[in-house]
Design a protein around this ligand. Structure first.
Ligand SMILES: NC(=O)c1ccc[n+]([C@@H]2O[C@H](COP(=O)([O-])OP(=O)(O)OC[C@H]3O[C@@H](n4cnc5c(N)ncnc54)[C@H](O)[C@@H]3O)[C@@H](O)[C@H]2O)c1
Length: 353
């Protein structure tokens, strides 16, 4: 993708993103994006890192998620409003920018609602590669909303999961999920309770949306050796697991300062030990140590994952034409003559051009 002029910024709409992802293939996109995420986690230390900037309100949160590797800069705007679904709106929507650190010029503006679902699922599967029990075949998914199918496909493509056990307080969500996953080769089991969903599961994914300290999993639901992929607890006052589960698990996080604020571990003392995922990926710390160990990926979503997703889309866009050219940046003939550019426009308008 080469925009003719630096002031013209490629923009990927939702429609173009859907075409791009379908051209690539959803499973392949998840797998390739996962390798971009792994690559960036391997070079974790050179990134600028900060907990995301969150603006909380009664019904939800709006967040900005910036990071840079010194060459590229990326940020995402994302919201989380669990009540939105009841009025026909998405719980999570997002867009983002990739920019050139050298000039400061944006290089890409894109929708990131679909991209967030893809990158969240890809990150979950990457974490599971290091933490889940060997050869997992069955995964429970509790919370069958917008993120759920992406999670199922990522675990199928990257981990070889064959059976998905679905539970949602709203049976219509599980029906939707089963319908959407028909034809993927996954065996789908519909469950009447969270307890039923976790029975026989090697991996438990919780991905519900509720703005409260919820208890999606109680201690008795989690047996030895299970890997928990806790995705839905990602805000202060918004968690999914009973505290006792945390006390029995080895906990892995993205970026500790952000997860202490937003993750399941907000329920624990600040000094409770956790391991950052990049340390496992770089071989500094062992992931799963024994078949009996309970591993917990306390996922909240970190800026570097979005950066990886933005890099991936930039690379995949080349030659596809699946973007619009946005006249986003002022470009006077002489850089200091910004006002002159305005005057020339005034003249053109007066001349009826
Ligand atoms: N960690 C991350 O990186 C990350 C990324 C994206 C989204 N999220 C979070 O994941 C969650 C799900 O997002 P989504 O876009 O799929 O939301 P969504 O609103 O589309 O779906 C949520 C589903 O959870 C169900 N649910 C709510 N309470 C439940 C309960 N007690 N038991 C079972 N099911 C329950 C709802 O009925 C709904 O179907 C949100 O909380 C969101 O903030 C996290």
């Amino acid at each position: 993708m080469t925009a003719a002029k630096l002031n013209i910024v490629p923009f990927v709409s939702v429609d173009h993103m859907m075409q791009l992802v379908l051209q690539i293939g959803v499973e392949r996109a998840l797998t390739e994006m996962a390798s971009y995420i792994e690559e960036d986690f391997q070079r974790w230390e050179l990134f600028d890192k900060t907990p995301r900037v969150a603006s909380h309100s009664h019904d939800g949160v709006i967040e900005l998620m910036p990071t840079s590797d010194g060459t590229l800069y990326g940020f995402k705007y994302v919201n989380g409003h669990p009540k939105n679904m009841r009025s026909g709106l998405q719980t999570v929507t997002a867009f983002g920018v990739l920019a050139d650190v050298g000039s400061g010029y944006p290089m890409l503006l894109t929708e990131m609602t679909l991209l967030t679902a893809l990158r969240t699922a890809a990150t979950s599967a990457v974490a599971a590669k290091y933490l889940a029990p060997e050869n997992p075949k069955t995964m429970a998914i509790i919370g069958n909303g917008a993120q759920a199918e992406f999670q199922a496909l990522a675990f199928s493509a990257l981990m070889g999961v064959e059976t998905v056990q679905l539970y949602d307080i709203d049976p219509a969500a599980s029906q939707k999920c089963r319908y959407n996953l028909a034809g993927t080769g996954l065996e789908i089991k519909m469950c009447a309770s969270g307890q039923e969903a976790v029975e026989g599961a090697d991996i438990i994914t919780t991905v519900t949306a509720d703005k409260q300290y919820a208890t999606i999993l109680t201690d008795n639901m989690v047996g030895a050796g299970v890997h928990i992929n806790a995705v839905g607890g990602d805000c202060p006052g918004k968690t999914e697991l009973h505290k006792d589960i945390l006390l029995r698990s080895d906990i892995f996080v993205e970026y500790t300062p952000q997860t202490r604020i937003e993750g399941e571990i907000q329920q624990l003392d600040e000094s409770h030990p956790v391991t950052e995922l990049w340390q496992v990926m770089t071989g500094q710390v062992q992931g799963r140590k024994s078949p009996e160990q309970i591993t917990l990926f306390d996922s909240v979503g970190f800026a570097i994952e979005d950066f990886s997703a933005l890099r991936y889309i930039r690379d995949k866009l080349a030659g596809t034409g699946l973007y619009e050219e946005l006249d986003l940046l002022a470009d006077p003939d002489e850089p200091r003559d910004l006002f002159g550019m305005l005057l020339r426009k005034q003249q053109q308008m007066a001349d009826g051009q």
